[in-house]
Design a protein around this ligand. Structure first.
Ligand SMILES: [Zn+2]
Length: 70
């Protein structure tokens, strides 16, 4: 069972500003059910460019990876 993180600080790969990403509990549930990673695209709150987020579960810890959306 993963820790149900509500939000995580992330850094935008476009403008390098940090902001708080609120995590969807349904995505965390998918990881709990055995998925190793869940990807989704969300616009940066500051510059509005799309960011590709990847939630990865590693040893019961949730990591958020941030990539530029092509
Ligand atoms: Zn940005």
């Amino acid at each position: 069972m993963l820790m149900a993180l509500q939000s995580q600080m992330v850094q935008c790969p476009h403008c390098w500003e940090s902001f708080e990403l609120v995590l969807d509990p349904a995505m965390i549930e998918q990881l709990d059910e055995g998925e190793t990673s869940v990807s989704f695209v969300e616009d940066c709150f500051i510059c509005c460019h799309p960011i590709l987020f990847e939630l990865v579960s590693e040893q019961d810890t949730l990591h958020v990876r941030v990539n530029e959306e092509e």
